[in-house]
Every structure is written in C-alpha cells, then in structure tokens.
Design a protein around this ligand. Sequence first.
Ligand code: CIZ
Length: 308
Amino acid sequence: MKFNETAYKEKLVAEIRELKKEQDAVILAHNYQRDEIQEIADYIGDSLELSRRAVTVKNKTIVFCGVHFMAECAAILNPDKTVLLPVKEAGCPLADMITVDKLKELKKKHPGVPVVCYVNTSAHIKAESDITATSSNAIKVVNSLKSDKVIFVPDRNLAVYVASHSDKEIILWDGYCISHKILTEEDVKRAKHRHPQAEFLAHPECRIEVLQLANHIASTSGILKYARESKCNEFIIGTEVGVLYKLRQDSPNKKFYSPSQHLLCANMKLTTLGWLARSLKNMQYKVTVKEPVLSKAKKTLERMLEVV
Ligand code: CIZ
C-alpha cells in the first residue's frame, strides 16, 4: 500500500484536536516551528508573547512547541500547571554556551554589576541573573537599569546591538546562535542583488556585519510587525525560516525570501505532528523547575514583564 502523507497528517491533526480537549491543553508554538505545528497551535509568537500568554491561559496543560528554555519559562511562570515539551531533546545550543559557574566567575570580576540574561538561557542562569530580556525588549530592559555598567549574557551579537542603543557599558559573553551565525554578508549581498526591490530585515542574533546591511533590525515579532505595516512589498528575511509561515499568512500579497538555505534551527524543527500527538497522549515530557531556582528565576522573568 502506498503511504498517503495527506491522510496521515489529517489523522494526526484530528487526534491532536481530540487529545487537546481530553487533556484540557493549550498549544503554544514559537515563530520558528514547522508550518504544520504553527497551523494547529492556539497561539504563535516569540518567547515574550508566549510567556505572557502562558500566564493568562486557563487550561490545566500547556504544550510548548519550541525548545527547552521556552517550556521552562512557561513552567516557571505557571508552577501549578503541567507544561509539556513534545521532544525531550529540543534544546538550544546558545543557552548551553554559559554555565552557572562561569557566570559566577564573571560576576566576581564585576562586583555589583547587574546581570541581564537573554531569555535563551536555562532556569539556573536566570536564577543567577537580575533580569531577563528577549530580543524584542533587550534595549528597553538594559536602559531601564540604574547602573552605568551591565553584564549581558550569553548572546554576543545581541549584546553589541543593544550597546549601540545604550549609553551603558556592556560586558559581553561570547555566545552565539548557530543558526543565525551561519548567515554571512555574502549571502545577504547575493540575495539583495537577486531581489533589488526587497528590504532586508535582520534578527539581532545575526553577525554584526550582517546587521550593518539591514533596513530594519528586530525580533521575530518585530519583523512580523514591520513587514505587515510596511509599504514595501518584498523582503529578505534574516532569521530562521519558520517565521516565513506567519509572514506569508499575514501578508499574502507580499514576497518573502530567505537569504540562505541554512537559516534553520534543527532543534526547533524536531517537533512534528507525530511528536505533538504522542506528547498529548502520554503527557510527556513534563518540564518542571524546582526550588530555590524556581522562585529566583521567576523573579528575574517577572522583572522583565514589569519593564515591558
Ligand atoms: O524571543 C524569542 O522568542 C527568540 C529566541 C527569538 C525571537 O526573536 O523571537
């Protein structure tokens, strides 16, 4: 018998809808998820939007289609709810580029300097920091602090971008997103040559020389907003390809191009309809954060939510 992919997907979608009701679950999906996951999700967004959503949803179960630190944020903000990550291995290499011991060492070198941690960090790093930031609010968060010096971990490119919009001295960490780092100046120049009418929109996790070519620099939600509201009809998108799904949904008459076929986060793409169905069926994989990390990390996240 020939494998019928459409029928297989339809069956999984029906199963997920049924299981969602049974488990009183809501599905949150990050902007970098596969198209079919974004299609079935109740809410799509960046980590800030999804963190806010996680606080207001009434369901007993949150299924977080994203990577581990995102589900962890939802668990920190909702200790009474069950938070599921459909694929246990869906991690974030950037988040793994700093450890608590290394952060403690850095803090020792700069006593009293507040630590801003990017949302792409583990709960342990958040617990060791003063405030969290996402790519959509990092400038605001850093500028909200009284200190003249700020430690910003772990994404170097984002920190340099923030520093260019702040009078504060930023102490950097040498971490990077492997998916964004892959995008080169040459890729962007080639795409611009191919699509001369297009504006280039870049994520601040991109290399500095790539950011210098951008018409607009923003988080995924910022890129979506800019493309929706812009009079321009063509865009080269300097971030993970998953965001193209919502860009095309929001603006079906506009054209969107990826400047590189490698702008792909393998961890984000691990979540499939099959894993999502299994997650709901078996209530796996539960993400929890224990005390005292929970309370400390919660404070760090709540401080950010107060600023923006
Ligand atoms: O904030 C997020 O969700 C990340 C990691 C990127 C973005 O811009 O959405």
